[in-house]
Design a binder for this molecule. Structure first.
Ligand code: SAH
Length: 231
């Protein structure tokens, strides 16, 4: 599969790096189970192109500090770090061995703007150096939407945004979550549909702007945001 046609805003170095990412990811995925997707073209499409469907929106800027929460095998964080070499990326996952694999991938690719951190959202969200310090937080396939808001919004600085990679249903149902977003000092300001090429699968991006400082009680303790979602 040729990436260039799908990613017209990237230069040839970036395209080459994304192709190398597919190779490095496939190597690591053989050593440990990072993803059920094992075919190179499928990795290029379902992980790499899918991670970069946000590019046309221009939501990430040079100099931004960006967190990918629940990065798993490095998505969308690693492709975004290649697309935005002048932004700084912190990739977080609760599973330490995944974090070590993703940091190795970033190092193999020479990505100097990537740092991987092991930890849970509920705990790191209370650590001063992470709490309310990010211009942008992204997450794909991490949790159900209300849980996701409680995991992610504590990291976003006032005036910054959380971008959720979602399935198409959120373009219909997002209004029912606005009260949960507001309780967590967020405001759902944009909901944009997207289509994954080739497969023509529907996606949706939900942008939640951070309005003010979040209450000290959030995030609640480990396990509670998932077991007892707000709303
Ligand atoms: N974002 C990746 C992986 C999704 S799987 C992708 O789209 O391919 C969800 C990941 O979130 C898993 O790797 C899991 O370890 C991590 N995770 C789940 N709950 C978490 C939490 N509370 N804090 C941090 N990471 C979490």
């Amino acid at each position: 599969m040729n990436l260039t046609g799908f990613l017209p805003s990237l230069n040839s170095d970036q395209i080459t790096k994304l192709e190398s990412l597919a190779d490095v990811f496939l190597e690591w995925n053989q050593k440990m189970n990072l993803s059920a997707i094992r075919d190179r073209d499928a990795v290029l499409l379902k992980h790499i192109v899918d991670s970069l469907l946000i590019l046309p929106h221009g939501w990430i800027k040079d100099g931004d500090r960006v967190m990918d929460l629940g990065t798993g095998g490095g998505f969308p964080g690693l492709p975004l770090a290649i697309a935005y070499p002048k932004a700084d990326f912190i990739l977080v996952d609760a599973t330490e061995k995944k974090v070590r694999a993703v940091q190795s991938m970033a190092d193999q690719l020479g990505l100097k703007n990537v740092r991987c951190v092991a930890g849970r959202a509920e705990q790191l969200g209370r650590v001063d150096k992470y709490r309310e310090t990010f211009d942008v937080v992204v997450a794909r396939a991490l949790a159900e939407f209300p849980t996701l808001l409680e995991y992610c919004l504590p990291f976003v600085k006032v005036g910054g945004k959380f971008i959720a990679y979602q399935g198409p249903e959120l373009s219909q149902t997002w209004k029912q979550y606005q009260n949960v977003a507001l309780e967590l000092s967020g405001d759902i300001t944009e909901v944009k549909g997207a289509i994954l090429p080739v497969e023509k699968a529907k996606r949706c991006f939900v942008v939640v702007k951070k309005l003010r400082k979040i209450f000290g009680k959030y995030p609640r303790r480990t396990g509670v945001p998932k077991k007892e979602p707000l709303g």
